[in-house]
Design a protein around this ligand. Structure first.
Ligand code: IMP
Length: 189
């Protein structure tokens, strides 16, 4: 692979995180022009972004990611709508409350974080890598670490929420870390 991997994002922090997870140079796409993410699945949306990135960066390996939380009692929702669940006006704690409200009274509280990475090579070859973090929803938010739905997802085998795990503890089991390890292997990095 010649040259850095380009991540389909304008966010340098996300590129730095993926570089750390892949053990390879990753740069955001300068002037990233995000496409409309109207796919029905994480794979659809990651692919939409990877293809847009490949058009914007011909000749490079381009990677895109999509992630979210899928709740069994809600038939997999919020899924691809995780970032906007409950409406556009909500912040992370507001979305957490909206999700707890949606599952109130449900016997099955199983849920998982999902991350899909799609890489497209200079010749158009596509590599897909997925990772999940299985768990269950807490009754109320706990912990100040992380972001998004971390305060209410208790990983399988844990009593603490992701919001109560140290960052390195979450990294070791996270959906994003697992997807990145699979991509690293598939790309021979
Ligand atoms: P996107 O992948 O940036 O489109 O956003 C996915 C959304 O899913 C985020 O806004 C979070 O709400 C949620 N999400 C994805 N990964 C995590 C995680 O590791 N912890 C908590 N929430 C997450």
């Amino acid at each position: 692979m010649s040259g850095p991997i380009r991540l389909a994002t304008g966010n340098p922090g996300k590129a730095a995180e993926l570089a750390r997870l892949l053990g390879a140079p990753v740069e955001p796409i300068a002037g990233w022009d995000p496409p409309v993410e109207d796919g029905a699945t994480f794979l659809d949306n990651a692919r939409i972004k990877a293809r847009a990135g490949a058009r914007q960066c011909p000749g490079a390996w381009v990677v895109a990611d999509d992630s979210g939380i899928a709740v069994d009692a809600l038939d997999g929702a919020p899924g691809v709508h995780s970032a906007r669940f409950g409406g556009d006006g909500l912040d992370d704690p507001g979305r957490v409350q909206a999700l707890l409200g949606a599952v109130a009274g449900a016997a099955d509280r199983s849920a998982r974080f999902v991350c899909v990475l799609v890489a497209i090579g200079p010749d158009g070859a596509e590599v897909v890598a997925e990772g999940t973090l299985e768990g269950r929803l807490a009754e109320a938010p706990r912990g100040r670490n992380g972001f998004g739905y971390d305060p209410i997802l208790i990983p399988a085998g844990e009593t603490r929420t992701c919001g109560e795990l140290a960052p390195h503890e979450k990294d070791a089991i996270s959906h994003r870390g697992a997807a990145a390890r699979r991509l690293r292997e598939a790309l021979g990095l």
